[in-house]
Design a protein around this ligand. Structure first.
Ligand code: FMN
Length: 192
């Protein structure tokens, strides 16, 4: 698939199964992620790879977060939360490791850079036939979850990117017509 086809066909894949991308593809996708635009060369990205049994550990982290947010949560709800990482063979937790008081580069630009890295990662997998789903939810904003991932409270978990082989048809939502977001200030060419 060429680049424009990959860009023009990317869609979330909700149901993902084994196999995960190969090590070679994972490496290529992470390399693509680390090519994200990056004002000031701050490299404000971190990628935590969660695979195999480590997904259970991630599930525990998510369930503990739910129990803190909702102390009365039913055991079934906690169990459901704990099983969420089993929805894909690979989860890449993407964090923006920011310098909030950087003298030149505003924090929002650092977060955008991490978002661009996440998108590069997803597009690389999609171009090679794998599916992805970008998720966050309340745990992403929980300081204790950040601690569990080894990042600071002021950093941002910008996505849990679920990756695997897509089974169901990708969610083909109504795609907007791009022209509704575009304004064109091109001056008409002047004759002569
Ligand atoms: C930062 C971010 C966080 C998201 N978090 C969730 C989420 O927690 N749950 C969810 O169902 N979709 C989430 N989404 C949206 C999906 O990843 C997806 O983009 C959306 O369903 C639209 O489908 P599409 O990717 O096929 O266009 C998130 C998207 C972004 C950019």
């Amino acid at each position: 698939m060429d680049a424009l086809e990959a860009l023009g066909t990317r869609a979330s894949a909700v149901r993902l199964v084994e196999p995960a991308p190969s090590e070679a593809l994972l490496t290529a996708a992470l390399r693509a992620a680390a090519r994200a635009p990056d004002h000031g060369m701050l490299r404000p990205w971190r990628f935590l790879l969660v695979r195999g049994a480590a997904r259970n550990r991630l599930g525990e982290v998510l369930a503990e977060s739910l129990a803190r947010r909702e102390p009365g949560a039913a055991p079934e709800a906690l169990e459901k939360e704990a099983k969420k990482p089993l929805r894909a063979p690979l989860i890449v937790v993407v964090a923006a490791k920011v310098q909030p008081d950087h003298p030149k580069i505003p924090e929002v630009e650092q977060v955008i850079s991490a978002g661009s890295a996440a998108q590069n990662l997803m597009l690389a997998f999609h171009a090679e036939g794998f599916g992805c789903m970008w998720r966050t939810g309340s745990p992403a904003y929980d300081p204790a979850v950040k601690r569990a991932f080894g990042i600071e409270a002021h950093d941002h978990i910008i996505g849990l990117i679920y990756v695997g082989t897509p089974v169901a048809l990708t969610l083909e939502r109504n795609r907007p017509d791009h022209t509704q977001f575009v304004e064109d200030w091109t001056e008409p060419a002047t004759a002569g």
